[in-house]
Write a protein that binds this ligand. Structure first.
Ligand code: ACO
Length: 325
């Protein structure tokens, strides 16, 4: 037995904001956003929908789809960079409370847009190591709360939502076969929130813009294309796979131009990549499980299929997993 995905769930806020709606309050256009990113819409959470709320809904959906009761869950991991509380308690603790599973361990994992890829590997390790039998791995983000809505170069890119998988033991030959988790810390400030931490404490002098996400778009773009190729190529090589063997690559949904460029360089047909940033924009750690959930609902995921996930983002972190569904 090895660890694998038993089910996928998701939650997306109902409020849907189109590019045209953004253009009413910002100097941008549907044409610019679509041609530069592939994004058409994003969903924005209300004040009543903090990250823990969306994470809980996605987790409940995953449990219902697996037909597994909450009492069977041994561990909850929430990958997020937009926790309900800045430092503690962990958002996962709030999910644990609201799911109503006393004493189940829970923790947050902070690897930005690679958070879910890291979470899958950690959850797999807990199961394969005998620490837990069933683990909820949730990617949940309320990026609208840390977006500077006056900065058109970042505001158009992000959205809110949550996706969750329930991990458990699956038959030999299936499940999470391999994981790669990497970081280039020298790029830590290429995508970050400048103020509010222990090195730059919040004070009356804090510039309000420094409490929002800040990004060097070009640097992140170049990094993202390079590591996409690196992770996908290495996962294939390590596992004796060719592009023909892969059914789907599910990348972090940041920008279609990143994926197009990476696919071209890796010589992998673009059709192998599942893309849905048109509807949800970049939801950071939620984007891969949101895509998996959508694929599952469409009936695209069949037992035995070979799936690669690939994440990249703030940190600068990157990584991926090879899963036999
Ligand atoms: N609407 C209209 N014009 C805009 C907008 C906008 N929303 N944003 C920028 N522009 C303008 C700029 O002002 C600039 O105008 P200028 O030439 O008059 O100075 C022009 O468009 C080009 O700007 P660039 O920044 O050079 O645009 P670029 O082609 O590099 O695209 C983008 C910007 C889309 C952000 C790109 O750099 C990118 O995709 N980077 C990666 C970002 C990303 O995916 N980050 C997330 C990954 S990690 C994570 O998921 C957290």
């Amino acid at each position: 037995m090895t660890a694998g995905v038993l089910s996928v769930g998701s939650y997306v806020p109902t409020r849907r904001v189109s590019n045209d709606e953004l253009a009413l309050t910002m100097d941008t256009s549907d044409e610019w956003i679509r041609s530069h990113t592939g994004i058409g819409n994003r969903h924005i959470a209300s004040d009543d929908e903090p990250t823990s709320f969306m994470a809980l809904r996605a987790a409940e959906d995953a449990l219902a789809r697996a037909g597994v009761s909450k009492e069977e869950v041994d561990q909850i991991i929430v990958a997020t960079i937009t926790p309900d509380y800045r430092d503690f308690p962990a958002t996962a603790n709030l999910v644990q409370r609201d799911l109503g599973v006393p004493h189940v361990g829970s923790f947050d994992l902070k690897a930005a847009c690679t958070g879910f890829a890291y979470g899958l590997a950690v959850g797999r390790g807990l199961i394969d190591g005998g620490v837990a039998k069933k683990v909820l791995v949730i990617g949940a983000e309320k990026l609208s709360a840390i977006t500077n809505w006056e900065d058109r170069s970042t505001a158009v890119l992000f959205g809110d939502g949550a996706g969750a998988v329930l991990l458990g033991s699956v038959d030999e030959g299936r499940g999470i076969q391999d994981s790669i988790l990497r970081t280039d810390g020298t790029g830590a400030e290429a995508l970050f929130m400048p103020a509010g931490g222990t090195s730059t404490r919040f004070s009356p002098e804090t510039v309000p813009q420094d409490l929002f996400l800040k990004m060097d778009g070009q640097k992140v773009y170049n990094f993202a294309v390079r590591v996409n190729v690196e992770i996908v190529s290495e996962l294939m090589e390590r596992n004796g796979l060719t592009p023909d063997d892969i059914d789907y690559i599910v990348p972090h949904q940041a920008n279609f131009r990143i994926i197009h460029a990476a696919a071209r360089r890796a010589k992998i047909p673009l059709e192998k990549y599942y893309l849905n940033m048109e509807e949800y924009a970049n939801t950071s750690s939620a984007s891969i499980p949101l895509a998996l959930s959508e694929m599952d609902r469409k009936g695209l995921l069949k037992p035995g299929m070979r799936i690669l996930t690939v994440g990249f983002g703030g940190g600068l972190t990157y990584g991926g997993n090879y899963i036999v569904w």
